[in-house]
Write a protein that binds this ligand. Structure first.
Ligand code: FAD
Length: 398
């Protein structure tokens, strides 16, 4: 069969791009090496609960067009992300707001909170300057940066252990720029995000992606077509010439393609010929608890002590206000990334950004191959940004 596009990756980027192409009368084939669609936003049903298999996903955006777009493919509930942090026997609201400060210091007003934070931050700045023998403060590492912004209490209880687990390194060894700001709110408001729109798709993200890919009975009727094949790895599927697809683009199954959209790792696409881009990885440990109805009373609970090896526990039913029997929880462990591991977070430091630029230059030699998504563009994108990017790319390439 002849297709206008081969789309590599059935994640959110690939699915939005496929949908837009089909809306423009194109015929596309979407492949994914995983056995399911959805990429990292995949949800699977366990004990009647939509479980976020690759980490908690909360949709939030201030982009009205993107919000209206996703609402075509799912109805969203009114979930507002309000995580809590556990430090020993103490429990604090996040993000840092008046509820957090009130619990930490037994105070009531914003003035009292600001005065404590300013005093503690000033003490740290003076101490650090004294140790360095200077009058001008400049943070040499993440610890100094965080102490100068929030003072000792917040740093010790809510920043230090969590950050060290996330990065697998002591805060003194991490660069200051990782924490440019520590957002604080001087109102009683536990809403983690500042965006105008927020929620979780009722029925789960897989259903949303299924509608985008025209796999649902009530998917929109479009003039083009979308074929989907899972458990198909691009590198086994496409006929190659060296590291890149042989032109004209064809597959081992005898299909042909005008163009390719690739949403996998760009360095892998080019056989790592310029070097390897680095990531942080995660390990998820999911437990079904059929006898427990409410494990922790909140969808997201962070553990901020370094001694506890996971960073957070997700209780999936609370994303959808579930009240049924049983529950499912997932412990999230940060992990070093090495070849073959799931690449979750791009490490956008100078070294890796420089290397990514070189791959972008190289990709320009192949005008009929587009690169998209968090792996193709080597950027940490939230879901709304992925949709925005996919819509823009599809407008220019329909
Ligand atoms: P992916 O979902 O990774 O899709 C790429 C697909 O390409 C994958 O399915 C992969 O199997 C496939 N692929 C790769 N190589 C090949 C190959 N060789 N052959 C065939 N297929 C291939 N965003 C939010 O807005 N809110 C959140 O709360 C949020 N939480 C997150 C939590 C975690 C732990 C992580 C890691 C991300 C989170 N995000 C969140 C970001 C969100 O996951 C991404 O924006 C989105 O999933 C990216 O979609 P994508 O299509 O670019 O990538």
């Amino acid at each position: 069969m002849r297709y206008d596009y081969l789309i590599v990756g059935a994640g959110l980027f690939g699915a939005v791009f496929a949908h837009e192409m089909a809306a423009n009368g194109k015929d596309v084939l979407v492949i994914d090496k995983r056995e399911h669609i959805g990429g990292n936003i995949y949800t699977e049903n366990k004990l009647g609960i939509n479980v976020h298999k690759y980490g908690a996903h909360i949709f939030h955006t201030s982009d009205k067009e993107v919000w209206e777009y996703v609402n075509r493919f799912a109805e969203f509930n009114n979930y507002i992300n309000s995580p809590v942090a556990v430090y020993g026997n103490e429990l604090y609201n996040l993000p840092f707001n008046m509820n957090t400060f009130s619990k930490m210091w037994g105070i009531k007003t914003p003035e009292e909170a600001k005065a404590i934070i300013d005093k503690q931050a000033q003490e740290e700045i003076e101490r650090i300057n004294k140790e360095k023998g200077t009058d001008t403060f400049s943070a040499d590492n993440l610890e100094e940066q965080a102490l100068s912004l929030a003072g000792r209490d917040i740093y010790e209880k809510l920043v230090k252990g969590y950050t060290e687990k996330q990065w697998g390194r002591d805060c003194k060894e991490l660069p200051a720029f990782i924490i440019r700001r520590l957002p604080m709110r001087f109102i009683y408001d536990n809403n983690y995000f500042n965006d105008r729109y927020q929620g979780i798709p009722i029925g789960g993200y897989t259903e949303l992606v299924s509608k985008l890919l025209l796999l649902s009975a009530d998917s929109e009727k479009l003039s083009g077509t979308i074929a989907v094949k899972t458990s198909v790895d691009y590198y086994d599927f496409v006929n190659m010439s060296g590291n890149v697809p042989a032109e004209p683009y064809t597959s081992v199954t005898g299909d042909s393609f005008e163009k390719i959209l690739f949403t996998g790792m760009i360095d892998e696409f080019f056989g790592y010929k310029l070097g390897t881009l680095e990531y942080r990885s995660l390990r998820f440990e999911t437990e079904e608890l059929p006898e427990v109805d409410n494990y922790q009373g909140n969808a997201v609970v962070n553990y901020t002590e370094r001694e506890i090896p996971f960073t957070r526990i997700i209780e999936h039913k609370h994303f959808e206000y579930g009240t049924g029997k049983g529950t499912v929880i997932t412990r999230e462990y940060p992990a070093e990334w090495k070849h073959g591991d799931e690449p979750y977070y791009p490490m956008n430091d100078d070294k890796n950004n420089e290397l990514f630029k070189k791959y972008t230059e190289l990709s320009k030699e192949y005008p009929n191959i587009l690169f998209g998504g968090r792996l193709g563009q080597y950027k940490y994108y939230n879901m709304d940004q992925v949709i925005r990017e996919a819509l823009d790319l599809s407008k220019n390439n329909a």
